[in-house]
Design a protein around this ligand. Structure first.
Ligand code: AMP
Length: 309
């Protein structure tokens, strides 16, 4: 099975109540492909960086068996940079700066060798570019897409066009409300299903995730972490775990997509334990499996009544 990931690669500066890191590896495609690389390799990555993108970050991506044939390196150009500061509850953050740099004129060019790709994950970029990616390749088996408030506000009509081409739309709870003007999450998800995707997965941060189809709802629990250092990239790690599992198993049944939602939740829970990609770097498949099982235990209960009176 093959998996293509498109999105941003960047250099982040992050402040949380627990510390500050500067010029660390970031970007939606980076988190998605690193998380997915625990399930399927090589990952086909399409993105852009400047000549200033540190070699150690390239080495890291290669060490995860991420194929960089589709990575454009603009010599003389500067890499996308983003800075964010999280508030005490870690649920809200302020963007301190966004320097698009070479990302501003990014034109995703899909290498010939990627034209037949089974699974595609469209990370958070301009919805027009997301569509341009799909126009260049043969119809994939499954398209998972993400977005953010910036595009919901700035490119609303374009995003709705792109949604028609997505099979699974992964979105966070404030964004789903913003996109539909509907405060009720279930109603909002079903409104999005009318626009194209067969499945909407709503990420609720520390409160878990909801998977909504036309007829069913599945609720994934939140993992009770005692140490959270940096929520950056959790949503992308979620999407990477989800598509990685689906690509590995090549099974599009609803039961398997529910399992994928739990793998996504597991990767997101690891991601937030440390800053940047520090925790995602050194995971083992065994640790992921253990956490998957812990998720199952979290909402298991005995329905038999044993004590009477
Ligand atoms: P998340 O925490 O899931 O929103 O993703 C965080 C990553 O998204 C960071 O590593 C940033 O480098 C990247 N990012 C921030 N703003 C944008 C943007 N406007 N477009 C694409 N990527 C972005």
């Amino acid at each position: 099975m093959s998996l293509l990931v498109v999105g941003s690669l960047g250099i982040d500066t992050i402040e949380t109540p627990f510390g500050k890191v500067e010029n660390v590896l970031g970007g939606s495609a980076t988190y998605i492909s690193t998380a997915a690389s625990y399930f399927v390799t090589p990952i086909r990555l399409v993105g852009v960086v400047g000549g200033d993108f540190p070699k150690e970050y390239i080495d890291f991506l290669e060490s995860r068996d991420i194929d960089l044939e589709g990575l454009q390196i603009m010599q003389g150009g500067k890499t996308f940079r983003w800075g964010g500061r999280y508030n005490y509850d870690l649920n809200t953050r302020d963007t301190l700066f966004t320097e698009l740099n070479c990302f501003e004129h990014f034109n995703p060019i899909i290498p010939e060798s990627y034209h037949k790709t089974t699974y595609v994950c469209l990370g958070n970029i301009d919805p027009v570019l997301q569509r341009r990616v799909l126009e260049q390749i043969a119809k994939p088996r499954l398209v998972v897409g993400d977005t953010m408030n910036f595009w919901i506000k700035g490119k609303n009509a374009e995003l709705k066009e792109t949604l028609k081409l997505m099979d699974i739309f992964v979105v966070n709870e404030s964004e789903v409300r913003q996109l539909t003007d509907e405060p009720n999450l279930f109603k909002a998800a079903r409104m999005i299903i009318q626009l194209g995707p067969k499945i909407v997965v709503i990420k609720k941060g520390e409160h878990g995730a909801l998977m909504v189809t036309e007829k069913t709802i599945f609720s994934a629990p939140a993992y009770p972490l005692e140490i959270i250092n940096d929520p950056t990239g959790a949503g992308d790690a979620f999407a990477g775990g989800l598509i990685g599992w689906i690509a590995k198993t090549d099974d599009l049944s609803e039961d398997n997509i529910k399992r994928a939602v739990i793998y996504g939740s597991a990767l997101a829970s690891f991601c937030v334990e440390r800053f940047s990609l520090d925790r995602l770097k050194d995971l083992s498949y065994l640790e992921i499996q253990d956490r998957f099982r812990e998720f199952r235990e979290l909402s298991k209960f005995n329905e038999e009544v044993t004590a009477v009176g």
